[in-house]
Design a protein. Structure first.
Length: 545
């Protein structure tokens, strides 16, 4: 037992919930989970939202967020029972023996303080070393994590570095005190694939070189397979399966784990080009008000009825800006948008009611796209009233048809968003868009915030609705697995320009341009050693140049 760093025994965690219209009551979030982690090893915790992954990770620090209560079991860290420790002892453990890397670095940093001050804060607070030594440690860690200008990047504020760089700075902050354990909580989920692979490689190298143990929390099995020694699969607060990485990804025993391994199994064959385009973007250039630089440059794409055009690229490539131009939120400085053969007014305010009805949008974050005080029936019903004047029984009948279309029953009409899961919320947003009977829907990263199994269900639903109703989708994403699953044609964007465009079969077939090749090679694959293969390939390419 001398090599066991973290020993969680029969952990039970509860919380009080306050459902609308009902008295508050207690629920159990984690049901007697046990975890053992050896020094220098990495354990991946994987499962869907609500599985208890982050809750267990934070319990390793004897912390329960948002009113969560650790009500049973033991948590031993470095031979100390941290659940039995008092506040003073816990302050000595947190930030010294165990540190934490949050999912959103942008939300975790203080925007008013320079990076170096925040990176060395815990090291200085715990008296681990002098300021000079702490800064030297930080610079060394910046270099190890592949950050640019490691000597001076600490002089910047959080908003002066990219999202991927900020995530690596947070990793440096967690490693600077030289802890025994780091809890990585979805550290690459919010990043696009090209940035994710750099951060993932940096994290793996830092873990190996420092010898720190880690809990790596994620819902992406392909990602966790690259950094972990063992994997624990969780669902509804209980352990489903535990094993080595090779056993979990090559020979999973439980049905739920098998479903995680086989996710993105959609086999979508691109459709032939038939009919006149429902939407054409013709030589569009755009810039933001008050600026001289173009954010979109001479974009030309088209979308045919009943087809899906995937617009793909990393953050900042112009994907969502293109959607803003098409919807009239950002009038183009040159070019034209044609919809169903007619020219669309550049500005939203000048478009007709019919223009608005036929072009709908589904947003990335369903949580903030719905009024929390409105019921599902009210949310879906507003387009029915606005566009078609439906009231009473006729409206209720159409509401039920739409709920049936999204595979949700009648009992959901009177529910509020807070009573729905993430996948159910996104389905309601899909139904709201369909309520207008549109010819085209812009889907802006609609699955990126969802777990793989839930996202898979949403994609299958969208494809089924497209087959039955003939609606066209402009699907904005940075997830190449999604693109392969649903697209008929693809536009690859980079720095405001379309660098590759055409049918899926052509865009995803070699020879590739450099950027498309980088995107495709950055999609994590569910096999051992994939990350090392990619790194070696890129080293050889770099040496060849």
């Amino acid at each position: 037992m001398a090599d066991i760093l973290l020993d969680i025994k029969d952990l039970k965690i509860e919380a009080t919930v306050y459902p609308p219209g009902e008295p508050p009551h207690d629920i159990t979030i984690v049901h007697g989970v046990s975890v053992q982690l050896e020094r220098g090893k990495v354990l991946g915790l994987i499962g869907e939202s609500g599985a208890g992954k982050s809750t267990i990770g934070l319990a390793a620090m004897a912390y329960g967020r948002g009113g969560v209560r650790l009500t049973g079991g033991e948590v031993w860290l470095n031979g100390k029972d941290v659940l039995a420790a008092g506040p003073k002892d816990l302050r000595g453990v947190r930030g010294r023996e165990v540190t934490y890397v949050a999912q959103s670095a942008a939300a975790a940093f203080n925007p008013a303080k320079k990076l170096m001050e925040q990176v060395i804060e815990a090291t200085l607070k715990h008296g681990i070393c002098s300021r000079h030594e702490a800064e030297a440690r930080a610079v060394k860690m910046f270099a190890k994590l592949g950050l640019p200008d490691p000597e001076h990047i600490g002089d910047r504020y959080p908003h002066q570095v990219s999202g991927g760089q900020l995530q690596r700075v947070m990793t440096a902050m967690a490693l600077c005190p030289e802890p025994a354990l780091v809890v990585f909580d979805e550290p690459t989920t919010a990043l696009d694939v090209t940035t994710q692979i750099d951060v993932l490689a940096a994290i793996k190298d830092a873990i190996r070189e420092t010898g720190v143990a880690a809990l790596y929390i994620t819902h992406d099995l392909a990602v966790v397979a690259q950094v972990s020694d063992d994997i624990m699969v969780l669902r509804h607060g209980e352990m489903v399966e535990y094993g080595t990485v090779s056993q979990i990804i090559e020979a999973p025993q439980e049905e739920y784990t098998q479903a995680l391994v086989s996710v993105r199994s959609i086999d979508h064959t691109e459709k032939p080009d038939e009919g006149q385009p429902v939407m054409e973007v013709d030589a569009v250039t755009a810039r933001y008000p008050g600026t001289d630089a173009d954010v979109l440059g001479d974009i030309s794409v088209k979308l045919l009825p009943g087809q899906t055009l995937a617009v793909v690229g990393e953050s900042g490539s112009g994907k969502s800006t293109l959607a803003r131009v098409i919807t009239g939120l950002l009038p183009p400085s040159a070019g034209e948008i044609r919809f169903d053969g007619r020219s669309l007014s550049a500005a939203l305010a000048h478009r007709s009611k019919e223009d608005l009805r036929e072009l709908q949008m589904i947003y990335q974050m369903a949580d903030v796209a719905m009024n929390p005080r409105h019921t599902v029936g009210t949310i879906i019903g507003r387009p029915l009233e606005f566009y078609f004047g439906l009231r009473g029984a006729a409206k209720r009948k159409r509401l039920q048809e739409l709920l049936d279309d999204i595979e949700m029953g009648e009992g959901f009409i009177d529910r509020y968003p807070a009573e729905l899961s993430g996948g159910q919320k996104q389905r309601v947003c899909i139904a709201r868009a369909l309520a207008a009977d549109p010819k085209m829907i812009i889907c802006d990263e609609v699955t990126s915030a969802l777990d793989p199994l839930v996202a898979d269900g949403i994609l299958k639903l969208l494809l089924d609705l497209q087959k039955r109703q003939g609606v066209a989708y402009l699907f904005i994403t940075h997830d190449l697995a999604t693109v392969k699953a649903i697209a008929d044609s693809i536009a690859v964007m980079y720095q405001g320009n379309v660098v590759r465009y055409g049918p899926k079969s052509q865009v995803l077939a070699p020879p590739f341009d450099a950027y498309t090749d980088l995107l495709l090679s950055s999609v994590p694959e569910m096999k051992l050693g994939w990350l090392e293969e990619v790194q070696e390939s890129r080293r050889m390419e770099s040496a060849g140049h």
